[in-house]
Structure formats: structure tokens, C-alpha cells
Design a binder for this molecule. Structure first.
Ligand SMILES: Cc1ncc(COP(=O)(O)O)c(C=O)c1O
Length: 390
């Protein structure tokens, strides 16, 4: 029997603040999108430094609306990464557009390669959907220049990157649209939830309409007697968030910077302990990620295993010792639904990383001792480490 889990992959950063937030909503007796949501949007927009934030049921829905707002539709192409969760590419497909996968930069920098983006632009390209993998920012300066030159919109998938920066600006404040996830295991968690941010007032108004069936007035407006009827002016969706999640989001936003700072301390300790460690490489150690203006948020802590290490056996051995690990990600284009729809995609770096990545535990309540336990156990599992890939 496997040992009880002593080092989980992730643990919620919840306390009395979240309990108070949920109770406040229950006592208010207003559960669907209302004043808490409006306040969450305002606080999030201020935090990020953007003009508009629209709270959404989840990041997948946010990405769908961002793709629509970018004008993507049947016959169009949107360039994105394959080293991501399927949602980034699915959202493109919802609009009828085709995801075109570009490779990542290198074994050190797993963000989209601007050169490969440029190579993949065609007359049908509508947008570039960047993914700030693990909370490490893409090279937005170069990607913005490419987008400007080719008149393309930029959508930032910030599911991993809330509170992170590369350069002086926060990730999610530079593209045309940025989409955040507040899924349980994210740095800001509400169970399910998301946010779409933009500086474009017209697009924000359109997104608000799409979020709730294209209706001109909300249930709250009508409840308060501000409106007695409504029109449906466009094809919309039910992508609304609710008040408990928005209240949880506000509590989590208040704790985010401290929580991210703790993640950075833990990452620094991992790096120190792994120095000289045979058989794995830590990505994102290049100069651009190690300057004071770049503050990754270490949403996850991925490492690149040496060639020939048997990953499934290594993960099973860790699990037997009570340590959870994971894989972020099997590249999207290798899944059946994508292979069938888009055969022949080749992304040499992404594919190698997909085979060799191992995600280690990291979360704000993790202790230094737990980091040591992970590193010592990895070192100890020599048999697996040295085993050949099956
Ligand atoms: C990179 C990335 N994009 C999008 C999503 C989708 O987020 P959500 O679960 O909020 O729809 C996730 C979720 O894990 C993700 O990791």
C-alpha cells in the first residue's frame, strides 16, 4: 500500500478570510453575479493595471470570448503553444478557427518562440494566443512587434500567471485580451472561475453582453427595480460567475502577492538543493528570467528529466514515498482529437519537453523541510533515475 501523501502537489491557501467571504454572501441572500462580482472586477483591474476586467465562469470561457472579440471565426487561424492545457486550443476551435501550433524557444525557455510564430503567419492568421507557462512570461516585446507588423490581435492565456511579471508590467496587461483561471489549483483559487481583461471599452461591453445571453439588463438590475424588461441583442452564453466565487476571489487577491513571494522562496530553495544534481535540468534559468524586473509566480515547478530516465517509474516511486508529482503537459497536438483534426504537426522541442517534464510540488504552505524531502527522495530513487525509458 502506498504511503499517505506527505507532500501533495498543491494545497489550497485558504483561511478565515475565505470563510468570512463565503458567509458574507450567504447572509446577503444574493447568490448570482452582483455587487461582489462588480467589486472583484474593479479590484482585479486595479491590481493588473488595466481598464476593464470582466469576471467569467472559468478561463476556458474567457478564452472563447477573447477569441471571438479578436474576430476569430471559420477559416481563420490563431497561433498558439502546444505546451499547455487543451483549453487554450479548444477555445480557438469553439469559434470555428484553426489552432496553429508554434514551438517553444529552447530547453531553458518554454514560452512561445517568436521566430516560429513569424514562420507560421499566413493571410488567414487572426491572432496570437500566448501562454505564460508556469507563470513565466512570453517575450511580449517581440510578440507585440510581430502582431503590430501583421495586424494581429494578442490574447494572453494567463491561467498560470496571476501576479507574475516579465519586465516592469504584470503579465496580462500588455495583450489585447488576457484570460485568467481561478480553478482550484491556481495561485488565486475560487474552485471554478475566471477573468477577462482588456483596455478596449467597446470590446469589454461586448464581452459583458456575451457573458449573459446578450441581455441588455441583468437579473440584479431587475431585482432592484432599475429595469423591468430586457432585450437580447446578440447571440450570448451563460458564462456568469456567482457571488460566492467572486467574494472568494477578493479574499484570495488580497493574499496573492504574499503567497507568490513564498512560492519564489520555495523555488529558490529547490534551485539551491538541485545545484549539481545529476539527471535533471531546471528550466527558466536564463538571464531574462533572473533579473529583478521579472517576477515569475511559480504556479508549478517543472523540471526536465535527463534523456533515458523512466518517468512513470520515477513518479510511482515518489508516490510510494508519499510525494505527488505530475506532468505539465502532454503536448496538445498529440491528443487523439487534435491528431485527427490537424495531422502532421511537428514541434521538436515541445515534444521532447512533453516526454521529459516532471512537475514537483509547490504551494505557499509548503515548508522548506518538504522541499528537502522531495529533493532527497529524488536523489535516492537511483534505480528509476538510471532506468532506461520503456
Ligand atoms: C494554461 C491553461 N489555460 C486554460 C485553462 C483553463 O482554465 P479553466 O479551468 O479555468 O477553464 C487552464 C486550466 O488549467 C490552463 O492551465
Amino acid at each position: 500500500m502506498a504511503a499517505p501523501i506527505t507532500v501533495p502537489l498543491f494545497d489550497l491557501n485558504y483561511g478565515p478570510e475565505e470563510t468570512e467571504a463565503a458567509l458574507r454572501v450567504l447572509q446577503s441572500k444574493w447568490l448570482t453575479q452582483g455587487d461582489e462580482t462588480t467589486a472583484f472586477e474593479k479590484e482585479f483591474a486595479e491590481y493588473l493595471g488595466v481598464n476593464h476586467a470582466v469576471a467569467i465562469t472559468n478561463c476556458t470561457a474567457a478564452l472563447h470570448l477573447a477569441c471571438l472579440a479578436a474576430g476569430a471565426g471559420p477559416g481563420d487561424e490563431v497561433i498558439t503553444s502546444a505546451l499547455t492545457f487543451a483549453a487554450s486550443a479548444n477555445a480557438i476551435r469553439y469559434t470555428g478557427a484553426t489552432p496553429i501550433f508554434a514551438d517553444v524557444k529552447s530547453f531553458d525557455d518554454w514560452t512561445l518562440d517568436p521566430d516560429d510564430i513569424e514562420r507560421k503567419i499566413t493571410p488567414r492568421t487572426k491572432a496570437i494566443l500566448v501562454v505564460h507557462y508556469a507563470g513565466f512570461g512570453c517575450d511580449m516585446e517581440r510578440i507585440q512587434a510581430i502582431a503590430q507588423k501583421n495586424k494581429l490581435k494578442i490574447i494572453e492565456d494567463c491561467a498560470h500567471s496571476v501576479g507574475a511579471s516579465r519586465g516592469p508590467k504584470k503579465l496580462g496587461s500588455e495583450g489585447d485580451f488576457s484570460c485568467f483561471s481561478f480553478f482550484s489549483n491556481k495561485n488565486l483559487s475560487t474552485g471554478e472561475g475566471g477573468m477577462i481583461c482588456t483596455n478596449d471599452a467597446e470590446a469589454a461591453a461586448q464581452i459583458r453582453l456575451w457573458r449573459s445571453h446578450g441581455m441588455t439588463h441583468s437579473t440584479l438590475d431587475r431585482h432592484r427595480g432599475h429595469a423591468y424588461t430586457y432585450d437580447v441583442v446578440t447571440l450570448g452564453y451563460n458564462y456568469r460567475i456567482d457571488e460566492i466565487r467572486s467574494a472568494l476571489g477578493r479574499a484570495q487577491l488580497g493574499k496573492l502577492d504574499v503567497a507568490n513571494a513564498r512560492r519564489r522562496e520555495l523555488a529558490a530553495l529547490y534551485k539551491e538543493l538541485f545545484a549539481g544534481f545529476d539527471g535533471l535540468q531546471i528550466p527558466f534559468c536564463g538571464a531574462e528570467f533572473c533579473v529583478p524586473t521579472s517576477d515569475p509566480n511559480y504556479h508549478i515547478f517543472p523540471v526536465l528529466l535527463g534523456n533515458g530516465i523512466d518517468r512513470p517509474s520515477l513518479m510511482a516511486a515518489l508516490r510510494e514515498r508519499g510525494i505527488q508529482s505530475s506532468v505539465h503537459y502532454r503536448p496538445v497536438h498529440t491528443f487523439s482529437a487534435f491528431r485527427e483534426a490537424y495531422p502532421g504537426v511537428s514541434l521538436p522541442l515541445t515534444e521532447q519537453i512533453g516526454l521529459r517534464v516532471l512537475t514537483l510540488p509547490i504551494y505557499p504552505a509548503m515548508s522548506d523541510e518538504q522541499v528537502r524531502v522531495v529533493v532527497e527522495n529524488l536523489e535516492d530513487i537511483k534505480d528509476c533515475k538510471d532506468a532506461k525509458d520503456k
